[in-house]
Design a protein around this ligand. Sequence first.
Ligand code: ADP
Ligand code: ZN
Ligand code: MG
Length: 484
Amino acid sequence: MTNYETAVGLEVHMQINTKSKVFCKCSTQFGAEPNANTCVICTSQPGAIPILNKKAVEAIIKTGLALNFTINKQCTFARKQYFYPDVPKNYQITQAEPPLCSKGRLTITVGDKEKVLNLTRIHLEEDAGKLVHEIGSRKLNYSLLDLNRASVGLMELVTEPELSSPEEALEFLTELKSVVEYLGTSECSMEEGKMRCDVNVSVRHTGQKELGTRVEIKNMNSISGVRDAIAYEVERQIEVLESGGKLTQETRLWEAEEGITKSMRSKEGALDYRYFPEPDLVPFSLSDFFIDDLRKQIPELPKARKKRFIKDYGLSQYDANYLTSTKMIADYYEEALNFFKDRKAASKPLANWISTELSAKFNSSKSSIAEVPVSSTNLAKLVSLILNGTISGKIAKTVFEEMYEKSSDPEIIVKEKGLMQISDESTIAKICEEAIAESPKAVAEFKSGKERAVGAIIGLVMKKSKGQVNPQIVNRILLEKLET
Ligand code: ADP
Ligand code: ZN
Ligand code: MG
């Protein structure tokens, strides 16, 4: 294995996040009734004329700018001809050369190493429809056609074959997805088919300059699947070469359940698509003003935001990673943090509440932080009640449950239920005295040198006060009393 190097290049299709399709006004809504979102244009009626969705072009340019691409100002569309039953017009509208974006870069981190990956292009094209194959009774096998997805706008991003391991591919897709989600230009949800990926894999002897024969694995729909398919394919290709065999350029399919790739077709008989300029869409050029305006709309991206969180809020790498994993979580965190005068003091406890209690809630309900019934202000108020000693961390968990149930204000819950922490020294001293009197065994153990015995007495104090006493004060007073 060590005598070989791996080269992987990806072609990633991302559904552009626009309300309507790229060449007509039909909705892009996922999960609609079959063929509910169709019109004469996206069902390919003869003579119907496509109209370009400006928002789709904007989304691609924004994505290109965020990934350090050069934007090509000239745009021409072309017809890519092929027969496929889910594209009734028998051609797909795609961009002619040059693509909207060429020569981009994305930095990925694998282990503790950074790697700059060169990206080849991003271009605009339309999606195809979907065939549903029904195996009916009495030899009545048939296929149903759903054109809801036909003419939905896609951006196709192609990378140079510079990924050199399954882990790098996984890291690249994760990073790409995160950048694109921050931009809002695609939802990138692989479950809904809004991000799909063709994986090109080859191996070559270490030191050999030219790349090996590539195999293309089509239509991967999970990031971990991409990683596993590359790992399998690398091993398979090495085995073929080691046993004296030859690899052929072919398209393979990933069988996720079996964990193997299977040959689908050889690439030798590759189709000639007979591209020609799309006569129904006029070529156009973009102005610098249009591009600069889009540049201004690019938000702070995940890497930069993570660095800032570490620097400004003193967060650990781990916390910053989690909090910037989606824009929604990062926004929620900063909104909550803005509530505090002393942000540095609140940053860590607030991060903990989001990454543990709150995330447990939205993970278990498979929703996102935006749908959680606890507002960022209310979570900030809760953390502030802990930090200023009004309630104990233990009581805070009970308050949090109620906030979640009723989306209510923690300050009101604490007042109404009388959950304020007891910090009054004479009250605490009295409870401590009672507890000492009731724990002769623990007291004797403590006096004979077993310091741990104090735990039992603290437990009793907590029980007597229903967890509402300030633990630091209890600790101090108990020790004072026991030592005299
Ligand atoms: P197509 O798949 O349409 O024929 P390309 O030639 O543009 O198109 O290649 C598609 C992808 O394959 C790119 O991501 C590229 O980096 C990758 N690729 C090309 N040659 C190799 C190779 N020998 N090994 C691995 N990946 C490769
Ligand atoms: Zn339509
Ligand atoms: Mg390809």
